[in-house]
Design a protein around this ligand. Structure first.
Ligand SMILES: [Cu+2]
Length: 67
């Protein structure tokens, strides 16, 4: 089990959080997604989740990872 923590842009409400949870939750190896709306922190748990795929998915959803 590993955890990846990222800061994503544009997270403003529960709808954003749900979209992210759904989008990232469908990726291979991802077992859990938590979103902190106030800080824009996205915490992904899973079995060797693919960081590049997660970053690409966040981009695609409109919540690019902050530098
Ligand atoms: Cu929103």
């Amino acid at each position: 089990m590993s955890t990846i923590e990222l800061k994503a842009s544009n997270i403003k409400c529960g709808g954003c959080a749900s979209a992210i949870q759904e989008g990232l939750g469908s990726l291979p190896g991802v077992t859990g997604v938590e979103v902190d709306i106030e800080t824009g922190t996205v915490r992904i748990e899973g079995e060797n989740p693919d960081r590049a795929a997660i970053t690409a998915k966040l981009d695609e959803l409109g919540y690019p990872v902050a530098a």
